[in-house]
Design a protein around this ligand. Structure first.
Ligand code: Z5A
Ligand code: MG
Length: 188
């Protein structure tokens, strides 16, 4: 409907929580329900900045901590004009990680930089070890105290189907609630 904006729906969480699975399912379900919806992910590895980030995560490249932090941030900023345009056009954006990951991962490094690298058992990418992920989680809990953002917590141990139903229902409600509200700005 004319003048209705889309909602910005971000899924955040620890490694392997099921974010990508749920983002894909949500976009499909929203489209099936007649909504206009697009999927975005960060890092978006296809841009030049994204390729640098990807080689850092795959440990092919070493980058200084501030440098990689700013590259993750730049990778989001390079998509902001398109994101705003889509939201104004009434397209809901389902985003697989966003600026909260940027804060949570960098601040987890600052807590104990010595533990940031070199542990196995999770996956082979940088950051994929359980003690680091625990710090990331604490950082997410801290960020969730910001009541200006409409956070909902999901229990990622539920089945894919149950989580999908919950997330879809929250997303549909949110789309209705924000459609005539102006776009806000994060951390301003
Ligand atoms: N990072 C950063 O440092 N700074 C930033 O600014 C940003 C990111 C934006 C890469 O992110 C890294 O970048 C990440 C944060 C950092 N480092 N870490 N960790 P990524 O998003 O590309 O990758 P990831 O999030 O680490 O991992 P992931 O593999 O994408 O996890 P996921 O998307 O949450 O999970 P999934 O792929 O949907 O599911 C994983 C598996 O579990 C899969 O086999 C599913 O079928 C299964 N699954 C999913 N849900 C369930 C349920 N409910 N039950 C059982 N099994 C399930
Ligand atoms: Mg993922």
């Amino acid at each position: 409907m004319a003048g209705r904006r889309g909602a910005l729906i971000v899924l955040e969480g620890a490694d392997r929580a099921g974010k990508s699975t749920q983002c894909r399912r949500l976009v499909q379900a929203l489209r099936d329900g007649g909504h206009r919806a697009d999927l975005l992910r960060f890092p978006e590895r296809t841009t030049e900045i994204g390729q640098l980030i990807s080689s850092y995560l795959m440990k092919e490249k070493d980058l200084e901590d501030h440098t990689i932090h700013l590259l993750f941030s730049a990778n989001r900023w390079e998509h902001v004009p398109l994101m705003k345009e889509k939201l104004h056009q009434g397209i809901t954006l389902v985003v697989d990680r966003y600026a909260f990951s940027g804060v949570a991962f960098t601040s987890a490094k600052e807590l104990r930089p010595d533990e940031a690298a070199g542990r196995g058992d999770f996956g082979s990418e940088r950051y994929e070890n359980s003690s680091f992920q625990e710090k990331v989680l604490q950082s997410f809990y801290h960020l969730m105290k910001d009541e200006t953002l409409n956070w909902k917590t999901m229990d990622a141990s539920k089945t894919i189907e149950d989580l999908h139903r919950e997330i879809k229902s929250i997303a549909e409600k949110t789309i209705q609630e924000v459609h005539n509200k102006p776009l806000g700005e994060l951390w301003k």
